[in-house]
Structures are given as structure tokens and as C-alpha cells.
Design a protein around this ligand. Structure first.
Ligand code: AQP
Length: 322
């Protein structure tokens, strides 16, 4: 049973991505699971093409460096032809109302000058990602569950209208993982697309920079080391990060440290150690473009092969292609 997960190159991968997703994919994933860099999804809002190319490569390197098997990883746009064809078939299976009522579309389009049509149709592209690979399970948070629901409806509708081709996928809740908050503003989650990088630890940050960012983390003036997320969100964030790095409960960690400085020092050291092997391997891969190209090409080839018969069946049943 294939599980499919993606990460969007909307910025540099950060500690939250690592503790909340990538590390789990690498250690708890199953051999048939697939992971992809969803660069096409990054185009739904204003973006810089040269930066997108660099970020996509960097993310691929990070996924492999974190320990995900290279044969389980691919870059979405390497399947642009297959996904383009399937997306069109699915757009012609989807109603305008279904696409327009997606909550994320309504939220993300609010206040934007030019709303890209792709912002509305990207859940259909996401359905194509899922259905092309025959994924049965898609681990997603609440914000994406509606999109998987759309993929289910489109798979069922296509199968009933034209003939049985697609596996009907299910959204599965990912196991609860650390929700890492911005170090400078713990009211926000740590985010790739943040404007101010002071509160975001990037996976490829130099260890000295990681130390500095964590030591400057916003806490409070109470000077009491306790785990109270509502009253002391900045400190709780540090304790949760340290907890995710050391596999010790935040409450127990709070009892071990007498000052905020000591919590920050321990957290900084733990984060540097957790990220070190990933950072080093990713930098090695990025310095070896031929090897990264080889991994990328093979990933694309395998992913295209996996979906080829589904796409050709869908095209045949839909009455298109030769
Ligand atoms: N702060 C976080 N703490 C824990 N997990 C996180 N994830 C993202 N931020 C945190 C998890 O990383 C995976 C890939 O996410 P995505 O590419 O879909 O990005 P996102 O969830 O929209 O958040 P980002 O990475 O910060 O990007 P932007 O800034 O573009 O929104 C997911 O499993 C996600 O839960």
C-alpha cells in the first residue's frame, strides 16, 4: 500500500520540516512509500524561477541526506508531461464549484492582487500526483484533508464514468509530531516562506548560525523554567524542540535546567547534532551535481514508469491519445 507525501520548495527546508516530517519519513517510512519535491505547487503564488530551481535541488538533496532511499524520491516537475495530461483529464472530471470551494484556495486568494488560476486548480494537480502513483494513503494535516477528499471524489467519478483505473486514496493523519514554532515569534509556526529568517533554523544553516539563532530565541521575563505552553510559549517551544531531539518529555526537561540560558545552550547543541549528518550529507550531494542528477533522473524514471499504465488507461478510456 503506497503512501505519498510531498514537500514544497517555497523556501529553504527548516528544523520544523525536519522534526515534523522529513526525519519521520526517513525513519518510519515503509519501502513502498513515495516522497516528492512539489515544485509545481510552488508556482501557485508569486515566485522566482531561478530560486525555485535551486530550492528544488536543495530539497531533493536534503531528503536523500536525511536517509530516505533515493528510489523513493522524485521531483514533481520531472513528471510534468504525465501530470499535465492527467491533470487535464481530472480538471474535466471536476466541477468548477468543487475547485472554487476549497477552503485553502479561499484563504490564500484573499488579499492577493492577481490570483493565479493555478491556485484554484492545484488541488486537481494534487489529485493527479496521488492518482498517477496509485497511492492508497496520503498523510496530511487538517489543512490538506479537503484536497485528498477531492482526489477521492475525482477517482471515484472517473472510475464510474469511464472505467475502473484509479485507486481511491484515503487521507491518513500523520502520527503526532513536533510542531516547531518560530524562535523570534512563537505565535507563528516555523515556516519556509518567512520573510525574517532570524526565528527560523534552516537545515543547511552553519552550526554557528544555528547556535546564535537559538540563543537569541524570544522567551519571557518570568525567569521560571517550567513547561507552560500557554503562559511561556517561547520557552515551551525550546523545550519541545529539545524534547524532539532527545526523546525526553518537555516537562521532565524543564526540571533539569535552572535558567533560560541553560535551556537555550542545551537546545542549540542538540539541534546542531541532530542536523549535522543531514547538513553534511546534503552539502556533499550538492557539491556533486553528477550524483544528484543521477539520483534525480532515476527517481523521475521510476515514478514515470509507475504511473505509465494508469495514465495510458485513463487516456484510452477518456477517448484521447492514439
Ligand atoms: N513548523 C513546523 N513544525 C513541524 N512540522 C512542520 N512542517 C512544516 N512546518 C512545520 C511539515 O513539513 C512538511 C512539508 O511541508 P510543506 O512543504 O507542505 O510546507 P508547509 O506545511 O506549508 O509549511 P512550511 O514548510 O513552513 O512552508 P510554507 O512557508 O510554504 O508554508 C509537512 O508535513 C508539514 O506538516
Amino acid at each position: 500500500m503506497t503512501r505519498l507525501s510531498a514537500i514544497t520548495p517555497s523556501g529553504h527546508a527548516h528544523l520544523g520540516n525536519h522534526l515534523g516530517a522529513i526525519r519521520r519519513w526517513a525513519t518510519q517510512g515503509r519501502p513502498g512509500d513515495l516522497y516528492f519535491v512539489s515544485d509545481l505547487h510552488a508556482m501557485t503564488v508569486s515566485y522566482n524561477p531561478a530560486r525555485l530551481r535551486v530550492l528544488s535541488r536543495e530539497l531533493l538533496a536534503v531528503l536523500v541526506a536525511a536517509g530516505i532511499e533515493p528510489d523513493q524520491v522524485f521531483v514533481q516537475s520531472d513528471l510534468a508531461r504525465e501530470l499535465g495530461a492527467l491533470s487535464w483529464i481530472l480538471e474535466c472530471t471536476c466541477s468548477y464549484g468543487e475547485a472554487a470551494r476549497m477552503t485553502q484556495f479561499k484563504q490564500k486568494s484573499e488579499g492577493q492582487g492577481m490570483v493565479r488560476l493555478g491556485l484554484m486548480t492545484y488541488p486537481v494537480l494534487m489529485a493527479a500526483d496521488i492518482l498517477l502513483q496509485g497511492a492508497a494513503e496520503v498523510p496530511v494535516g487538517d489543512d490538506q484533508a479537503q484536497h485528498v477528499e477531492l482526489a477521492r471524489s475525482l477517482a471515484r467519478r472517473f472510475n464510474q464514468t469511464y472505467g475502473e483505473v484509479f485507486t481511491v486514496p484515503s487521507a491518513v493523519m500523520p502520527p503526532t509530531a513536533a510542531r516547531v514554532r518560530d524562535l523570534a515569534d512563537p505565535a507563528r509556526k516555523m515556516s519556509k516562506s518567512t520573510q525574517d529568517s532570524a526565528g527560523t533554523v534552516f537545515i543547511l544553516d552553519d552550526p554557528d548560525l544555528v547556535q546564535r539563532k537559538i540563543k537569541r530565541a524570544n522567551t519571557d521575563s518570568l525567569n521560571r523554567v517550567e513547561y507552560r505552553p500557554d503562559e511561556q510559549p517561547g520557552l515551551a517551544n525550546l523545550l519541545e524542540i529539545l524534547s524532539a531531539c532527545t526523546d525526553t518529555r518537555p516537562k521532565d526537561l524543564a526540571e533539569q535546567y535552572a535558567s533560560y540560558g541553560a535551556v537555550k545552550a542545551a537546545t542549540a547543541d542538540a539541534v546542531v547534532e541532530v542536523l549535522r549528518p543531514v547538513r553534511e550529507r546534503a552539502l556533499e550531494l550538492l557539491a556533486d551535481p553528477a550524483e544528484l542528477d543521477r539520483i534525480r533522473k532515476e527517481g523521475a524514471h521510476r515514478a514515470a514508469e509507475r504511473g505509465a499504465h494508469r495514465l495510458s488507461s485513463a487516456m484510452r478510456l477518456a477517448g484521447i491519445g492514439s
